[in-house]
Design a protein around this ligand. Structure first.
Ligand code: HEM
Length: 568
């Protein structure tokens, strides 16, 4: 049996069904109509591998088929491919004989992407309703809670808890706590907000509904951290932290005494090392069991020119929860229109040169962050996530951080360095740090196999979160890369376990690889940084000319302007 399914984004799926017995046949969905350079060889249908959805009576809480395939009776089958290649995006499904229903074009529903922290259209607005406006509300699995009684008691600290305020926190809760039964049990002690308009709050993904994720996490708990409750998953990074801080202090001493482009470049390298490692892991609450240590290390981001507050919202709420989602992960769309990292974004004539001018744009990344941080302070919005829970102290860190950062950079003027030497040193610092950070961040989510066409997974919150993390991230290198990038080279492991200290990722990686193979989910893995960087450049070049796929999906920005100055 062979059928052609045309997706809502105009993709043509050739569903080949080979008879393998009277009752079932095997279907391989293959994406054929995209230009070869942007097309993953096979299309992922991110269904939970052991889950079934056999028609309209299936459990409503279970995984849902991509909208194009609704009507096709599919039952997923556990398949262990003989060899996992970095480019194989495979889902095989066992189909019970049933007619393949191809939706007519007019029946196709455009994917809407309500912004996660703005009221759904035509619903009550708990963010602005005086009844709820000042409540520290959160929604966990369709129930609204008041977090106030837990405010000073959260073992992960107040700043992380604040991320949950004013949104559906399900994905944050279930991806951050290694013992989900402990963290979710705490909800039983929190006041339920009975008449809260829960349906007005856009739903978050539900990691605990992912069999793949649950399976990996169970093994990580049992095999790597059997002494449960001892917080060992947040230990082990002290030596790395001391080395990195020591290096940064030494580089600053060099810069202070020999101010100029070379010392500025050295300081830029040290700043990038901080940015990749201790600030990142600290802001995730994963460098230490002590909250104050995580907060202090997290604030090194402010010293190197970023903002720890903006980073927590941007990175953890927007990027981690919706990794590589075209409309909800701000890392995908904020580089537009300058850089096009996704074929679903509109193409401009100059994108064909982006693989060249990218080398001029990346060194300026930090300047873009500076503008974004200041804007975010006024708008209480970092583009991908509103700062609903940010306290006055957290907001103050943005201002204090900028003063400290520029104070350090311009400090040599106070003890006699010339303006030209300081200017050269600062320029060199900004360019080197920006280049290193941008390159290291970008490769992990911008190679061909990390881009899954939008319409393969249904609505953002419906997708299997575990599979979504695997198929949108790529690993490279091993322990050495892990030390120098704070685990960002093992991006898949980092996305699955953001609250585990990076020193444990190489061990977790073995479990991830085995489970991915068992579940038949592709796991992208490059041997070296140059290897993945070459693929990244090729991908950026391809994106410069690739035809646009489908409609542009944008998050809806109802209540967009919260800023008295009219920003946003
Ligand atoms: C919204 C309600 C939340 C509740 C009820 C809650 C509950 C808890 C509980 C009970 C623990 C101790 C866990 C254990 O001992 O195994 C914990 C730890 C922790 N929480 Fe939360 N939490 C919430 C929100 C968050 C958020 C939004 C984040 C991150 C963005 C977060 C990050 C952490 C971290 C990093 C720890 C440290 C220990 C660990 O890794 O389990 N929590 N939380």
């Amino acid at each position: 049996m062979a059928a052609t399914i045309v997706s809502s984004a105009g993709l043509r799926l050739n569903a080949r069904a080979r008879s393998s017995g009277a009752a079932s046949s095997r279907v391989v969905a293959r994406c054929e109509s995209l230009p070869s350079q942007i097309r993953p060889p096979r299309l992922v249908l991110p269904l939970a591998p052991h889950a079934t959805r056999d028609g309209p009576d299936a459990d409503a809480s279970g995984p849902r088929l991509p909208s194009d395939l609704r009507g096709v009776t599919l039952r997923t089958q556990h398949v262990a491919p003989a060899r996992l290649s970095r480019a194989s995006l495979v889902t095989r499904a066992v189909a019970t004989p049933a007619p393949v229903t191809v939706p007519e074009p007019e029946q196709r529903v455009a994917i809407s992407a309500p912004r996660p922290d703005v009221a759904m259209p035509n619903m009550q607005d708990p963010w602005n309703d005086p009844k709820w406006k000042d409540t520290k509300w959160t929604v966990y699995r369709d129930v609204a809670y008041d977090l106030q009684p837990f405010y000073d008691k959260h073992p992960g600290g107040e700043w992380l808890l604040n991320l949950a305020i004013g949104r559906d926190c399900t994905a944050l809760i279930e991806s951050y706590h290694l013992r989900p039964e402990v963290s979710t049990a705490r909800f039983n002690k929190l006041p339920v907000l009975e008449d809260f308009p829960v349906t007005a709050v856009p739903r978050a993904p539900r990691p605990n509904d992912s069999p793949l994720y649950n399976s990996i996490r169970d093994r990580v708990r049992k095999e790597l951290f059997p002494r449960e409750g001892k917080m060992e998953h947040r230990m082990g990074g002290d030596g790395a932290a001391a080395t990195i801080v020591g290096t940064a202090v030494a580089c600053y001493a060099l810069y202070a005494n020999f101010t100029g482009p070379i010392a500025g470049a050295m300081l830029g390298l040290a700043g990038a090392w901080i940015g990749l490692t201790i600030q990142h892991c600290g802001n995730h609450g994963a460098m230490s069991p002590k909250t104050w240590v995580n907060n202090a290390l997290g604030m090194t981001d402010d010293l190197i020119g970023g903002s720890s507050l903006m980073w927590r919202y941007h990175h953890q709420v927007s990027h981690h929860i919706h990794c590589n989602d075209n409309a909800l992960d701000q890392d995908v769309y904020t580089a537009m229109p300058l850089l096009r990292f996704d074929a679903r974004q509109p193409k401009k004539w100059f994108h064909r040169f982006q693989h060249i001018y990218l080398f001029a744009a990346f060194p300026l990344m930090q300047l873009a962050f500076q503008v974004g941080d200041i804007k975010g302070l006024f708008t209480r919005d970092c583009e991908g996530a509103k700062l609903h829970g940010a306290t006055a102290l957290e907001l103050a860190t943005v201002v204090i951080g900028k003063i400290a950062h520029f104070g350090l950079l311009l400090g040599p003027l106070a003890w006699g360095a010339s303006g030209a030497a300081v200017a050269a040193g600062v320029a060199s610092f900004i360019a080197v740090q920006g280049m290193v950070l941008a390159c290291t961040f970008a490769v992990s989510h911008n190679v061909a196999e990390t881009k899954v066409p939008e319409d393969t997974g249904g609505e953002a919150w419906e997708r299997d979160w575990g599979i979504q993390q695997l198929v949108t991230s790529a690993d490279w290198g091993d322990k050495v890369g892990n030390f120098f990038t704070g685990g960002l080279n093992l991006q898949v492991e980092h996305h699955l376990f953001p609250a585990i200290c990076f020193v444990h990722y190489p061990a977790i990686r073995k479990i991830v690889a085995e489970e991915a193979e068992k579940f038949g989910v592709p796991y992208a893995n490059y041997r070296t940084l140059p290897g993945i960087f070459a693929e990244f450049l090729k991908f950026v070049k391809d994106m410069g000319t690739a035809d646009q796929i489908g409609d542009v999906v944008e998050a809806k920005h109802k209540n967009k302007s919260m800023c008295p100055l009219g920003f946003a």
